[in-house]
Write a protein that binds this ligand. Structure first.
Ligand code: 5RP
Length: 265
């Protein structure tokens, strides 16, 4: 048996047979509290996990609100300890041990890096050391990349690519980035082959726009979405997941998936 077996087996619970993943993110409460849409996380998980490949969440919600059925890959966020009302939302550090993540049967662990902020050094270093520790257990690490506060930088492919490459260099196995309209393929290329998934960001006014960023990201080489607000803040979250699934897994174009699940515009 290959020594990579453990990691490969875990990754196969996150990425489906087509090699893609519809990952539902509901880790937001750790910093933002009971946001609209995830006031009752147990209900959200029960309703939406049948339509997802994997879920990304913190240990408390996993332990208390998720009813295990072996169906979804579990990406356990193990960084945090900063809130929206605190001094600095980027001042995160590792909050859960790898042993606890394994005990909770995590298929991967996630931690953030905050490039271009005062927390840059500590978060990048923690990612790197976490990757070393997780390698021993064949436990994949998902790096959540974030770029400071500057709005322009957040959608600048050069900064996104920088953060993605840093995460790849530190040994991440999956990298989450934001999508940008321009040169997103350069952001994907920066990962040097490490799978990329995209976050959705704040809820968009148009479902079609959500589907289009998923379509464009996958065309540029991303392997899926790791979305939260655009799913569970939407009035039709199941339809949103089904439409995303078609776009991501089957390469259906956004307009077609929209028409099928939301009707003609
Ligand atoms: C925040 C996160 C979120 O999980 C991520 O941003 C995905 O959620 P959304 O689609 O709502 O942006 O990691 O640090």
């Amino acid at each position: 048996m290959s020594e990579l077996f453990g990691k490969q087996n875990r990754l196969s619970r996150i990425f489906n047979k087509s090699g893609k993943s519809i990952m539902l993110a509901l880790d937001h409460g750790m910093a933002l509290g009971p946001m609209q849409g995830i006031e009752r996380p147990g209900e959200v998980l029960k309703k939406l996990t049948p339509y997802t490949d994997s879920i990304m969440l913190n240990k408390g919600i996993l332990k208390n609100c998720y009813v295990p059925d072996g169906h979804v890959g579990i990406v356990l966020r193990i960084s945090g300890a900063a809130t929206i009302v605190g001094e600095d939302l980027t001042r995160e550090s590792i909050t859960t041990t790898v042993t606890e993540a394994l005990r909770l049967s995590a298929d991967a662990v996630a931690t953030s890096i905050y490039v271009g902020t005062p927390s840059e050094h500590s978060t990048i270093r923690e990612l790197s050391l976490l990757c070393d520790e997780c390698e021993t257990y064949g436990l994949p690490v998902l790096a959540v990349t974030a770029i400071g506060k500057d709005r322009e930088r957040k959608t600048d492919p050069r900064y996104l690519a920088l953060a993605v490459r840093v995460a790849a260099e530190m040994g991440a196995d999956i990298i989450k980035t934001y999508y940008c309209d321009e040169n997103f393929e350069k952001v994907v290329e920066a990962s040097a082959g490490v799978p990329i998934v995209i976050a959705g960001g704040p809820k968009m006014d148009s479902v079609l726009d959500v589907l289009k960023i998923a379509e464009n990201a996958v065309k540029a080489g991303a392997l899926g979405v790791d979305m939260g607000r655009n799913v569970w803040q939407h009035e039709k979250p199941v339809e949103m997941l089904l439409a995303l699934k078609e776009v991501v897994n089957e390469g259906t174009n956004a307009e077609e998936a929209y028409a099928k699940h939301f009707g003609r515009k």
